[in-house]
Design a protein around this ligand. Structure first.
Ligand code: ACO
Length: 401
């Protein structure tokens, strides 16, 4: 067996699959996607039904435990989350070390990594209760840390979590300056955010979840596993797309400029892609995008927001969906296409969009980490490569080079 560089290989046959487009890295019972039909199920439940009838906390329970909770189980789970929302006071010292204008995703990666230093020695990986406690701590504390990162970046004093309110309202109360900010108390705003969290909670082996699993496969502490997931999420080809979509819509500026943006996206030389379009797995409408699109109209109507970017987005969708380039490549709007417009209407700053995604996806990351820990086939993830470098050669001393 010879490698590309002509060197012998003694490890038998293995496959090359750039970007893992056709390679399963694990077995999982959490999320099912049928990309051709546009189907998404969490633990067997259609995303449409969960979006309509469930809540983010219930979905987090479902992802972690595999079944919907009873009333008592949900109350207990909710109580545990509320109990773990506080951050150790020493976290403030970490925050204080960041530049005042640091991107909140950069802060979130660092802050979550630092959690491992607070909760390392007390974690017994063999004890399922201990593992679940780590998962609950993460679901509980990520919104507190996220809001703290934002408040630090705008120079506001930190606000402690209120534990007698629901998950989404608790986060909104920590984010905004004025406690009576009408948005916090507006049920449509809270419902919209809860819905976005449900839709973003899990999506099987996407780049960030696979990263969490790869890091988890080494036996690393769960807090750094999730920190690595946040880092992977940040890129514009993944979770960072929601921020990129809004910037793109802003740049397009007016519905009359849409056609030229679409033409530019078709030109490979331009290096420009329509952000919020296309998906590795969905070759049909992303079912989450359909739900978000509907919610987007509702939120703007309810909050009385007349956002010209919505018109640009709708025109873009219309033009792209009729264009042969996008039709042939099955490039449809994905989950991030409309979410930014909702976040904007909720007065969430643009550089917090991917942080919002991270809050929701934490539920999926911890569910995958938990599943992995009890996998009978659990072993370290170790991809191979096709070596394309130099053949064996002799070292040349520096004075002879
Ligand atoms: N705009 C223009 N052309 C595109 C786009 C786009 N948004 N997406 C894909 N294409 C084209 C590619 O140039 C390629 O064309 P070719 O066959 O002529 O070479 C073809 O469609 C296939 O694209 P790939 O990059 O091979 O598809 P892949 O599955 O690797 O990438 C991805 C998927 C990263 C999502 C891609 O569609 C993209 O960059 N989209 C924009 C960013 C985005 O919205 N990301 C969010 C994804 S959802 C999420 O992570 C939550």
């Amino acid at each position: 067996c010879i490698d590309i560089a002509g060197l012998p290989r003694h490890t038998g046959l293995f496959t090359y699959d750039s970007g893992f487009a056709a390679t399963a890295s694990c077995k999982s019972a959490i999320t099912y996607i049928d990309g051709d039909e546009g189907v998404l199920l969490y633990r067997g439940y259609p995303i449409e039904q969960l979006a309509d009838q469930s809540s983010f906390v219930e979905v987090a329970y479902l992802l972690m435990h595999g079944e919907l909770p009873s009333k008592d189980e949900l109350a207990d789970f909710d109580h545990k989350i509320a109990h773990h929302t506080m951050m150790h006071e020493a976290f403030k010292n970490f925050l204080g070390g960041f530049r005042h204008d640091a991107h909140p995703m950069a802060m979130l990666v660092g802050m979550l990594g630092s959690m491992a230093s607070f909760y390392h020695n007390d974690l017994d990986y063999d004890d399922p209760d201990e593992r679940r406690l780590a998962a609950i701590r993460l679901i509980a504390k990520v919104p507190t840390i996220a809001a703290a990162c934002y408040r630090y970046s705008v120079g506001w004093p930190l606000r402690y979590p209120r534990n007698n309110v629901e998950y989404v309202e608790r986060f909104l109360r920590m984010m905004y300056e004025v406690p009576s900010e009408p948005l916090v108390l507006n049920p449509v705003a809270a419902k919209a955010l809860d819905l976005l969290f449900i839709l973003h909670a899990d999506h099987e082996q996407n780049a960030s979840t696979s990263t969490v699993r790869l890091v988890g496969s080494t036996g690393a502490n769960p807090y750094v596993c999730v920190a690595s997931g946040v880092a992977a999420l940040w890129g514009p080809a993944h979770g960072g797309a929601n921020e990129a979509v809004l910037k793109m819509l802003d740049e397009i500026g007016d519905a009359k400029n849409v056609q030229s943006a679409v033409d530019r996206a078709k030109d490979k030389e331009s290096g420009f892609r329509l952000m919020g379009f296309g998906h590795r797995v969905y070759k049909n409408f992303d079912p989450r995008a359909k739900i978000i699109r509907e919610m987007c109209h509702k939120v703007l109507d309810e909050l009385g927001v007349d956002d010209p970017l919505l018109e640009v987005a709708m025109r873009l969708e219309e033009v792209a969906l009729k264009d042969d380039y996008f039709v042939e490549r099955k490039l449809y709007p994905n989950v991030d296409f409309y979410s930014g417009i909702i976040y904007k209407a909720l007065k969430i700053p643009t550089d917090m969009f991917t942080v919002m995604f991270a809050i929701a996806r934490t539920a999926g990351w911890v569910a995958h980490w938990l599943e992995q820990q009890t996998d009978p086939e659990f072993r370290i993830g170790r991809p191979r490569q096709i070596y394309t470098g130099a053949r064996t050669r002799d070292y040349v001393g520096i004075d002879r080079r």
